[in-house]
Ligand binder design. Structure first.
Ligand code: GCV
Length: 700
């Protein structure tokens, strides 16, 4: 039996045990409620009055009644234009369409908790803000909150296939039961919508960017329309990933050339058809000429020409096109990290007004750590939409505890220097740097049909932190971890402090045990789960880990300076200068930009090799410490969530050790060095690690 199977059996046994010790006891908490636990049974219900009427206002009222419990004040929900608010002189003009104001105020002569906004959605967001405030210890009798989203399109990207599988999905099958739609609307769709609305997420792309043309067929448009009907009252618009060659596959045309009038007419008709079924359809997301997907380059047209054709089709209806910049080609011998910039930067200013270019946080692919993508700040005339990955394709799937808040925060705070100091990625994305109104943030969802939605309790925090940062990219990852933990586990400070401390260390631990100092893309083939730094036999050079680390007897790392690929030149001059020199490059990104000798002297005074080993060891030790921390709150967390988390931490600890051992065994085979004293030898020889196979790993 493989090591992984053994761990899985241990987990199953552990779960059986946990259930077994509580014969007949109700399962306390399966995580279904996410961060939206209802008020305890038996507590009084908030007195909520709705001024005016709409499905959305009624939903907001129901949420308050369900979750708020005994509110210290009666609650009034009203749009800001309600006549009875006129005398209050509220500062609602600056709230925009989706912002909210939550204030203890006298309304119609009665001390109340007023929740208002300029739209029904604004009021709904205000209701969730009131619930959040109360559940995180706020005093509703003194509350005075105003908030307006800084980003316009706050969108989940589901990589869900029409057969129910999810690309890079680790929480079960797709939430969308395409087979029974449009007739059966699973109540989970409503629960999904409320969870998103609680965060301010206002859009969802239903299907995989590796799109099937069938998702644009009449049958599937009807299914998407049924979902749109469920999501609409929660302020959420539906979008679809579009396959660029659909005019051929669905329309029977001979070409998908974006300059062909018949192709243009096909997309226009298709868009009209979609808008007849979904009047508030958001628009299209497109992966073109990337990893085998069709696109305008097939016809020697640019990405702008492709995007603009679709943009013209949805523009009359107010739709947008989110055009991905995730492109690289095996036919291009240049450094993969440079290719998207080389292709897209010259197109700045050539995209239609309703196009956003959607850019991953880093130039390769959602690695545990990547420097920010050089396209941020490089296309001032184009709205740049940030794409983050919530599902943990490269960070241990659903099993490893890795809170992504610090990763998201790191990229948002990165300074592009495009217009001087303080030109952060957040300001590029929220439009402040160049004055764009059309702005967006996308998160590749980690949601599936598992009872706890995201495969583990702590993975729910990644959905949460994405949504909250999309609303306001300046919020702090740590504050959001605390906010989430308090709503998820309750008020006990010991539990909340423990959860936050584990979360805040967790992402760095993954970096440490999978690849410290800017190493990346070291995982095994296909499943992207375990280590495979030795892999060098895949068809495309840039699919091989050896392409990325370039380790040899003399050193390790990818030279992206002038003596190498010169990718550093794609950054603004002050950043490029900093990255050109290994002594000024942040050590966290050292080997991303430089090929250095194993005995390179690090800031600590120790050699690169010694420091690398220390980081691998630290990563494993941090997970062991997380296990201890979690053990310390065993009596404070419900048995079901505690025990699943404990089992997963045990898996993570074993697999952190696996990553460390396999990586070190390989590096030693390359550099001929031995381990510093005190660092344990790998458990197996390199051949053993190379022989591991996981053909049934989920998500690929
Ligand atoms: C949807 C990576 C993933 C693919 C994914 C692709 C993308 O390559 O491994 O599964 O495809 O990114 O973002 O398009």
């Amino acid at each position: 039996m493989s090591r992984i199977c053994a761990w899985t059996s241990a987990w199953l046994a552990g779960t059986a045990l946990a259930v077994g010790v509580l014969p007949g006891a109700a399962l306390a908490n399966d995580g279904y409620d996410l961060w939206l636990a209802p008020a305890p049974a038996g507590s009084a219900q908030a007195d909520v009055r709705v001024v005016g009427d709409s499905p959305t206002l009624q939903l907001a009222a129901a949420e308050l009644r369900r979750d708020l419990g005994a509110a210290p004040l009666p609650v009034v929900l009203a749009r800001a234009d309600a006549p009875e608010l006129a005398a209050l002189g509220l500062p609602t003009a600056g709230l925009g369409t989706e912002g909210y104001l939550v204030r203890a105020a006298t309304v119609a002569g009665r001390p109340s908790l007023l929740v208002t906004g300029n739209s029904d959605a604004g009021v709904l967001y205000g209701a969730f803000a009131a619930i959040r405030a109360q559940k995180t210890g706020g005093d509703l009798t003194k509350i005075d909150l105003t908030s307006t989203p800084k980003v316009k399109l706050r969108v989940l990207n589901h990589w869900d296939n029409l057969d129910g599988s999810v690309e890079r999905g680790y929480a079960g099958q797709s939430l969308w039961d395409w087979w029974t739609l449009p007739d059966f609307k699973d109540p989970r769709y409503t629960d999904y919508a409320r969870a998103n609305a609680a965060l301010g997420i206002n859009g969802t792309v239903l299907n995989n960017v590796n799109a099937s043309p069938d998702s644009l067929s009449a049958a599937y448009i009807a299914k998407a329309a049924a979902l749109a009907d469920v999501l609409r009252p929660w302020g959420i618009k539906v979008y679809l990933s579009a396959r660029f060659s659909a005019p051929i596959e669905l329309g029977g045309l001979k070409t998908a050339d974006p300059l062909d009038p018949q192709v243009q007419a096909w997309w226009k008709d298709k868009s009209d058809e979609i808008y007849r079924a979904i009047p508030d359809f958001g628009g299209f997301l497109v992966k073109a000429n990337s990893e085998g997907q069709p696109g305008p380059r097939d016809y020697h047209r640019t990405h702008a020409e492709g995007a603009n054709m679709l943009a013209a089709a949805v523009a009359p209806h107010g739709g947008v096109v989110m055009w991905r910049a995730f492109v690289y080609a095996e036919t291009d011998p240049d450094d993969r990290a440079k290719q998207a910039y080389s292709e897209f930067k010259p197109l700045d200013g050539k995209f239609a007004d309703n196009v956003l270019v959607q850019v991953k946080n880093g130039a390769i692919d959602f690695q545990p750590r990547e420097p920010f993508h050089p396209l941020f700040g490089a296309m001032p005339k184009t709205p740049m939409m940030l794409e983050l990955q919530i599902t943990k394709e490269y960070l241990g799937f659903a099993t490893h505890l890795a809170y992504l808040g610090p990763l998201f925060e790191e990229v948002l705070e990165a300074d592009t220097r495009a217009k001087g100091k303080g030109s952060t990625v957040a300001k590029v994305v929220d439009g402040a740097l160049e004055g764009h109104d059309l702005t967006g943030m996308a998160g590749v969802a980690n949601i599936g049909r598992d009872r706890d939605w995201s495969g583990s309790t702590f993975n729910q925090a990644n959905w949460y932190v994405f949504g909250r940062l999309a609303w306001d990219p300046t919020l702090s990852a740590e504050a959001l971890a605390r906010e989430w933990a308090r709503q998820t586990f309750g008020d006990d400070p010991r539990v909340v402090d423990t959860a936050v401390s584990m979360m805040m260390e967790s992402r760095e631990a993954v970096v440490d045990y999978t690849g410290p100092f800017g190493l990346a893309h070291l995982m095994d083939t296909g499943h992207h789960y375990g280590p495979g730094p030795w892999v060098n036999d895949l068809a495309r050079p840039e699919w091989n880990p050896t392409y990325y680390h370039k380790a040899d007897r003399g050193g390790i790392g990818f030279d992206r300076t002038r003596t190498g690929s010169n990718a550093v030149a794609q950054y603004a001059p002050p950043v490029a200068r900093m990255l050109a020199d290994p002594r000024t490059t942040p050590e966290t990104e050292l080997l991303w930009f430089h090929h250095l000798p194993w005995d390179w002297k690090m800031k600590s005074g120790r050699t690169l090799w010694q420091e690398m080993v220390a980081r691998y060891d630290r990563g494993v030790a941090t997970v062991a410490q997380m296990q201890q921390q979690w053990d310390g709150v065993k009596d404070k967390v419900d048995a079901e969530r505690w025990s699943k988390t404990a089992s997963y931490l045990a898996i993570q600890h074993n697999e952190a050790r696996w990553w460390r051992d396999a990586s070190l065994a390989y590096w030693m085979s390359v550099n001929g060095l031995s381990l510093p004293e005190g660092s344990p030898a790998p458990e197996h020889d390199l051949a053993w690690y190379k022989a591991q196979r996981f053909p049934l790993a989920p998500g690929h």
